[in-house]
Design a protein around this ligand. Sequence first.
Ligand code: EPU
Length: 287
Amino acid sequence: TGAVLRLGEPLARKTTIGIGGPARFYAEPATEADVAYLLREAKSLGLPVLPLGRGSNLIVADAGFDGLALGFRHETWQRLELDPEGRIVAGTGVRLKQLCSFAAKNGLGGFEFLEGIPGTVGGSLRMNAGAMGGWTFDVVAEVTFIDASGALQTWPRERFHFGYRQCREIAQGLALSAVFASGQSGESESIRARMDSYAGSRKESQPREPSAGCIFKNPEGGHAGRIIDELGLKGLREGGAEVSAVHANFIVNTGGATAADVIALVRRIRETARRERGVELEPEVLL
Ligand code: EPU
């Protein structure tokens, strides 16, 4: 079927920050049945499972991942089409950039905020990824996923417990595909113009070097980036990892950074924010 199973697969190149050791087991399932089987086997062996999307919110340990990492590169997961109701059906492996281009091409507005998020459909559902005042569940109609018990489910948006950078049911399981609808139509040209303006503001306010996106969630009523900036921590370094001078909520890999470097920086930032501001910064990335 084109499914893949490998031992000791290097994971660094599957993350946007380019850090981390190998996965003990790595699989690229080709069917929903493959996924269900792999999850069952991992559970019975007591192996943790790491579903990989674009790897943009992920710091893999230098020692690697002692479990089963799953990649969704097979064409099964790349499905991207309109359903008879004119809604977008997308597989878990589709990149958000492709999803919002597809929406623009079909005159569907409301997806523009996805333009700059370096993620896939599965990853963005798992953490309700957001930008520019929107988040993934704004445009979700229904999701097909494997639940915590291993059963295949299709649920409408209303049944999920989601919030800022989280979706309980999907984080406990695994998203396979989703139907997206915004209820907005628009001219392809004005949709593209909005996407371009978002891309422009992102290029100005976010670093270009490899990173894992924002490291911390924004605390209630504040911005982690502004707080870290005000604490004077821009440019703080540990080995090859550095608090970005462009946006303080990004840690960039200046070359040769290790997971230990990033984790040390995260710890120093959290300690300083706690001591100086009494603020508890919670990581947004999977460490
Ligand atoms: N700011 C500073 N110094 C900095 C960075 C930011 O003073 O070094 C200030 C800005 O001037 C602005 C405020 O902090 O007044 C907020 O900054 P920004 O507009 O960049 O938004 P953010 O809250 O830092 C959030 C998301 C980003 C998303 C942007 C754009 C989180 C943790 N971050 O950032 O998402 O791209 O809005 O919509 O919610 C991500 O989650 O990985 C991510 C990059």
